[in-house]
Design a binder for this molecule. Structure first.
Ligand code: ADP
Ligand code: ASP
Ligand code: MG
Length: 405
């Protein structure tokens, strides 16, 4: 008997009628003779409301309590879905993260899964029941509830699929697969039948929220058979695979955008060894992820500017951290900008094909879009632009790279 993991995102469990439909989908899977573990998100919008509740209670909540509040959304859906399954005479039980247990470190709000103990669930599955596990949550060794970062139910599902050596992990969502870019912004986006782990990892890490980045990295590490498909329509979805099976394909596989960026410029940084280490070391202490970095040596080797991007949510912490070391470093000004968006074009074939940068920059220039920062990797080029133009940039790049349907 095969074991499959089915994960349902927020819009898939947005209300009770929808939860009842999901229960029918699970019934179908069982009727094919499979054992099923289900992972659920909170109902759409619930986690955002919980964040607001915490914020309106305190500007400086204890992170551990913040996670206790945020984890409740998934508790509700795992039990509601179990009740809906019971209505269909399918035996099931809800499992919270701590009951499995899914053991994580204690970095609240972005906890890392360290281990999943499989014995309780394995015993339970022997009784031919469905395990409905609350996604997005774990428990630390200190016996505290943790959450895995926004979008973290994807990571719960893949980690569970890996721990239980599941046959496959199906991520049910509100689109029918992975597209060349966000189909809600670019109407001519094309659905992909398959995409490599590597390309999916870049797309996700550059902002395509259809899968949480960590879930793709985990699937790649443990060779989990991953598929993204629609909760609403019976369509085949997109397979995330190891290697591209098509002999030829266009040079770009997708375009991603990230709205939650903040740009920081430190002007007048003394042009001396050790300054960058000092600045980025200070940010690393607070686990602030620095993305794009631009610095060039000054002509007279006296002072230079360093520009970089971080998640907007880390801006306050970054500002206070860096201002604390302003005297020590001796830079002149701390300048921030938040109405910026990062647009990335991604494609494995970039390794061997030239001209991607030329097409990208020409297209942006033709649309009078100014580039603030550029960064590249082997299979990706990213630009930071004003948020006023990001939809125009995405649409024109999608068309310039021949991705339109
Ligand atoms: P869920 O609640 O099911 O986890 P999410 O909202 O997290 O769903 O992710 C699905 C959304 O991801 C889609 O509605 C779509 O707007 C967005 N998205 C961004 N980039 C892409 C892409 N390349 N392909 C498909 N969807 C994308
Ligand atoms: N409910 C969480 C969130 O909204 C986790 C998830 O949906 O994957 O981020
Ligand atoms: Mg999601």
């Amino acid at each position: 008997m095969k074991l499959v993991v089915l994960k349902f995102g927020g819009t898939s469990v947005a209300n009770v009628p929808q939860i009842k439909k999901i229960a029918l989908k699970i019934k179908q899977e069982i009727s094919q003779g499979n054992k099923v573990i289900v992972v659920v998100s909170a109902m759409a919008g619930v986690t955002n409301n919980l964040v607001d509740l915490v914020k309106s209670t305190s500007d400086t909540p204890a992170f551990s309590e913040y996670d206790v509040v945020l984890s409740t959304g998934e508790q509700v859906t795992s039990a509601l879905l179990t009740i809906a399954l019971d209505n269909l005479n399918i035996k099931a039980r809800s499992w919270l993260g701590w009951q499995v247990p899914i053991i994580s470190d204690k970095s609240y709000g972005k906890a890392i899964i360290e281990e999943i103990k499989t014995n309780h669930i394995l015993e339970f599955l022997k009784t031919n029941q469905v395990a409905v596990i609350s996604g997005f949550q774990g428990i630390s060794k200190e016996n505290r509830i943790t959450t895995l970062g926004r979008g973290g139910s994807d990571t719960s599902a893949v980690a569970i699929a890996a721990a239980f050596s599941a046959e496959r992990c199906d991520i049910y969502t509100d689109v029918d697969g992975v597209y060349t870019t966000d189909p809600r912004i670019v109407k001519s986006a094309k659905k992909l039948d398959q995409i490599t782990y590597e390309e999916m990892l870049e797309l996700a890490s550059q902002g395509a929220k259809v899968l949480q980045t960590r879930s793709v990295a985990l699937a790649m590490k443990y060779n989990v058979k991953l598929r993204v498909l629609s909760s609403f329509e019976d369509l085949p979805g997109t397979y995330i695979i190891k290697e591209e099976r098509k002999m030829e394909k266009s040079e770009i596989s997708g375009i991603a955008h990230s709205l939650n960026e903040a740009k920081i410029t430190l002007s007048g940084v003394p042009d001396e060894p050790g300054q960058a280490a000092e600045i980025f070391g200070a940010l690393a202490k607070y686990s602030i992820n620095v993305d794009m970095i631009v610095q060039s040596s000054s002509i007279n080797h006296e002072a230079t500017d360093i520009t970089f991007t971080i998640p907007e949510s880390d801006l306050m912490t970054a500002e206070s951290t860096i201002k604390k070391i302003q005297k020590k470093i001796g830079f002149r000004k701390f300048i921030t900008e938040t109405n910026v968006v990062k647009i990335s074009v991604i494609g494995n074939s970039m390794r061997t094909q030239s001209g991607v940068a030329k097409t990208m920059f020409e297209t942006l220039a033709n649309n009078q879009i100014n580039i603030h920062v550029i960064s590249t990797s082997e299979i990706k080029i990213s630009v930071l632009i004003s948020s006023d133009y990001y939809e125009l940039a995405m649409r024109s790049l999608h068309s310039a790279f021949g991705l339109d349907v």
